[in-house]
Design a protein around this ligand. Structure first.
Ligand code: MLT
Length: 337
């Protein structure tokens, strides 16, 4: 049986590895899966679907246990742990992988992916496979499933935002991601980069006024308790891969690897369906049950799109592997740059 972290805590595993001690077989039955978001989130849905599939496919020999709400550390830290083989699996917003493997930034360039159809086309074809290979190479992390969480919308506690002028004066939290920071710079403000695990409290205490995330996340994380206004900017589509530590994956029997990949694929399909089935009703309940107000960006969002794409795309051609990578993605999506 191959090497897996299983039930072993990070400290104990580290000690065993340092001592060169072989891991006992009893420690190798359950994968620990870090999940940044709460129960009911798109991340949790994907994780549960994966766990169910894996258990069924391996007749209960292999299981996956989810640790929700960032119990195993903030999302970016879990990517680091995965890289080092200290954690089995994690489900993270893709913007947390970009610092480790910059080419996945292609999926967070503003106004490239605008729907779940677009997200499926880019992640499930040749482009997705290349990004998986790059992430294995750069970060020691293998993407085995994709959570499709929806377009990121802007929320804030202060005022309706429709124009770029309306943004002025607001303190907006963004992930620690250069592409997203640069998008807000293009719109004329300096956002506040902050770990996901700190975001709710920062919104609650008024350290920041707003943030962006998909409707599903706004709902699952109960942001409606601390945010009032939504602007449907849909500038980035939130993709949150399930990653496995490559060293742990390579330690598995090839047959088990196949089942892990198949379970990830089935969970990905479940995620797309979950989004398609639930986004509209969640959006409606944010307004009707939780009193949020949703606005569209003014003038068909042209000013938002032009400012972000003209500044951010060229800035990141090098990090995504060249302009041709973006051109190829746009071609797959049936658009031109
Ligand atoms: C972020 O904004 O950091 C992520 O999108 C949060 C998440 O994992 O849902």
């Amino acid at each position: 049986m191959g090497l897996r972290a299983g039930f072993l805590g990070t400290t104990m595993l580290g000690a065993l590895l340092l001592a060169g001690t072989a891991l006992p077989a009893w420690a190798q039955t359950t994968f620990r899966v870090a999940v940044g978001d709460a129960a009911g989130s798109a991340q949790a849905e994907l994780g549960q679907a994966f766990a169910k599939e894996l258990e069924e496919r391996t007749n209960g020999e292999y299981k996956a246990e989810l640790f929700l709400n960032g119990q195993l550390g903030d999302e970016q830290a879990t990517v680091n742990d995965i890289s080092m083989g200290l954690l089995d699996m994690s489900i993270v917003a893709i913007n947390n992988i970009t610092p480790f493997s910059p080419t996945v930034g292609l999926l967070t360039l503003p106004y490239v992916i605008r729907s779940v159809d677009d997200a499926e086309k880019l992640t499930q074809g040749e482009i997705g496979q290349e990004l998986i290979d790059n992430t294995v190479r750069d970060a020691g992390a293998r993407i085995i499933g994709w959570t499709y969480t929806g377009c990121r919308v802007l929320t804030n506690s202060k005022k309706p935002v429709k124009t770029l002028d309306d943004l002025k004066g607001l303190v907006i939290r963004v992930p620690k991601n250069e592409i997203m920071i640069s998008s807000y710079n293009a719109w004329g403000i300096n956002p506040t980069p902050m770990a996901w695990s700190e975001t709710f409290t920062a919104l609650q205490q008024g350290v920041v006024d707003g943030q962006d995330n998909p409707y599903l996340t706004v709902n699952a994380m109960k942001f409606y308790e601390v945010q009032k206004y939504i602007t449907d900017i849909c500038y980035v589509f939130s993709i949150e891969p399930l990653i496995v530590s490559e060293s742990i994956f390579q330690g598995l029997d090839p047959k088990v690897q196949e089942e892990v990949l198949a379970a990830g694929k089935a969970a990905t399909q479940h995620s797309a369906q979950f989004l398609r089935d639930s986004e509209a009703s969640i959006k409606e309940s944010l307004v009707k049950e939780h009193g949020m107000e949703i606005d569209e960006p003014a003038d068909d969002e042209k000013a938002w799109i032009d400012a972000a794409t003209q500044k951010v795309w060229p800035e990141h051609y090098d990090s995504i592997g060249g302009k041709e990578k973006l051109d190829a993605a746009l071609k797959v999506l049936g658009r031109s740059s």
